[in-house]
Write a protein that binds this ligand. Structure first.
Ligand SMILES: CC(C)(COP(=O)(O)OP(=O)(O)OC[C@H]1O[C@@H](n2cnc3c(N)ncnc32)[C@H](O)[C@@H]1OP(=O)(O)O)[C@@H](O)C(=O)NCCC(=O)NCCS
Length: 129
């Protein structure tokens, strides 16, 4: 299988925090979905698919809190493929102002290749990879 890795980063701003002052978990998942989408976009390039959508999110683990002013760096890797689906592993590390990194979250995103049908609805399509 072709090795596909995508990288993506976000700065943690005040609006991203929960009411105890650390990064809101839903925000983290949203960023991870985008990070998975970047790998999906690269994976589906050159196939009949017009896009990839998130079907399932599994094995989410928040291992450490993340604080305002830190960067979160995401690395997404395609780890397995099905007929219309493929699984993207997303690993997030936080980078503090001193430049030190620590693992903070990981999850598996199952994405499905889709194409718009004649009636205008998005339908799954074999990605052929
Ligand atoms: C994605 C979608 C088009 C798939 O259509 P569907 O008819 O439900 O398709 P299936 O149930 O056959 O599943 C498609 C693939 O996902 C896999 N899958 C289904 N449920 C799954 C689950 N819970 N976990 C992991 N994989 C799953 C199936 O095994 C299949 O894989 P394969 O083709 O590689 O064998 C449809 O479910 C959909 O539009 N969902 C909404 C997507 C969305 O809005 N996401 C959020 C925004 S991106």
């Amino acid at each position: 299988m072709e090795k596909i890795i995508a990288r993506y980063s976000q700065l943690v701003m005040p609006n991203d925090l929960n009411n105890i002052g650390t990064l809101f978990g839903g925000k983290m998942i949203s960023w991870m979905d985008i990070a998975a989408g970047k790998a999906a976009h690269r994976f589906l390039r050159g196939t009949v698919a017009e896009g990839g959508v998130t079907k399932a999110v599994d094995k989410v683990v928040f291992s450490e809190p993340v604080y305002g002013g830190e960067w979160v760096n995401f690395e997404s890797t395609i780890v397995s493929t099905g007929v219309t689906s493929f699984v993207v592993e997303v690993k997030a590390t936080a980078e503090n102002p001193l430049g030190e990194s620590r693992a903070v979250c990981e999850a598996l995103f199952t994405m499905v290749a889709v194409k718009k049908g004649k009636e205008g609805r998005w339908k799954k399509v074999p990605h052929g990879k």
